[in-house]
Design a protein. Sequence first.
Lengths: 255, 259
Amino acid sequence: MSEKPEHFIIDGKRLDGRRVDELRSVKIKLSPLDRADGSCYIEWGRNKIMAAVYGPRELHPRHRQNMTKAVVQYRYNMAAFSVSDRIRPGHSRRSIEISKVGRDAFEYVVFTKFFPKTAIDVFIEVLQADAGTRTAGINAASLALADAGIPMRGLVSACAVGKVDGEIVLDLMKEEDNFGEADVPVAMAAGGKITHLQMDGHLTRDEFYEALKLAKIGCDKVYKLQRQALIEKYSGDYAENGEDAITQSEGDADE
Amino acid sequence: MSDDVMAEIHRDYLFNLVLKGERDDGRAFDEFRDISIETGVAGMAEGSALVTLGDTQILVGIKIQPGEPFPDTPDVGVIITNAELIPMASPEYEAGPPREGAIEIARVVDRGIRESKAIDLEKLCMIEGEKVWIIFIDIHVLNNGGNIIDAASIGSIAALLNTTLPAERYGLGEDSPLPVRDIPIAITAIEFGGELILDPSLEEGKLAGTVYTVITNSDNGISGMQKSGVEPLTIDQVMRVVDMAGTAAAKIREKFLEV
């Protein structure tokens, strides 16, 4: 592990030059995978994450089927080489927990009632990790679900907020995550509805409230990036049908 | 494997009660069931506590042994937390390795103890990079009467406060109390019928769309959180739970636990 920096914020700039309310650079590629029903590759700062969706498809074993709705399954996995010290392949306790709350983050938006007895499988592979993989994974999963054509209330957008040098900051990078004072990963659906929330570190009530408000701003920013990626990928299809999706969509990017 | 289907009619009954501002057992929405804590119940453990929270019974045992630190934190002791949902505790539990539910419980309890820095881990280093004390917190659920996380959290810190470092046994000096300096307590709320309810009973827990745990410290700071379950929460609801959790945890701390 690297050494703790003396200061995280100097003259309003963070170690990588960002302001406190800035996200890292984000690159999104939709449908990079051919076999999956939907997929998304995301580069979030130095994180590189692939998400794929299969389904709705018949759920096996059958006793796990739900007669009234689809079962959303979510598998978060880190590649052995995704961090500096190789991690043992397969599920860890950490990845099991992240998979569980990741699944919960999507249940609300996916119209599971349309597909009884099926599974909707979401797979997240972290190929290169640099803090914030669970939130970046949720963002990629959200787009992969849309890419797979799964009916949803809307997208889920996620980001982490935290505290370094006594200040609440958006989207912790590695050093801030390792040595900072708190880490709060948040995911929101339309209307600021929180579908994922965890926290560790130490925050007062008021700091936490401030963090949540900043998380909302962050999730809004993420949502715009996700929406833009979908439009870029699919507006061509609309255009072929004589529709111009882009011109009419300007201006209502907030929810 | 059985899902223990609750009759729809009972579900409706509980739901309608909540809409009237009532609960099945007559509690207020922010009222806990009776809590009792008995420490030192497992004689072979370095510390232990049997907690009852309503019908829920949990035994937490602490074992401590010398061992190697993690390479990335060579100068501090190690905490390892595990939860066992043994088949004795509920018809829904099965034997075997911990599944996601048990893992989540253990990790949330662990988060509170670790992030609040309740245990002074620096004092548990004997030789940097070579030898530190390893603290095993084992949460044994004996009877699932609902709200396991809070009972496990209370039981864990109560057991740690009751723990002795077994230095003599390993020829490492004299026994001493485990250095505990904070009392993190997890408080769990469920959202149900638009209301936020603390300390859900087993039945209330099954109705919950959302389970949201907030862990606060002695200074009323927040050291951990976990939202689980499928229904979303608004920022307002989250802040209301934070406030309710701070108050409820302070009451429990005052009544039962002292550093």
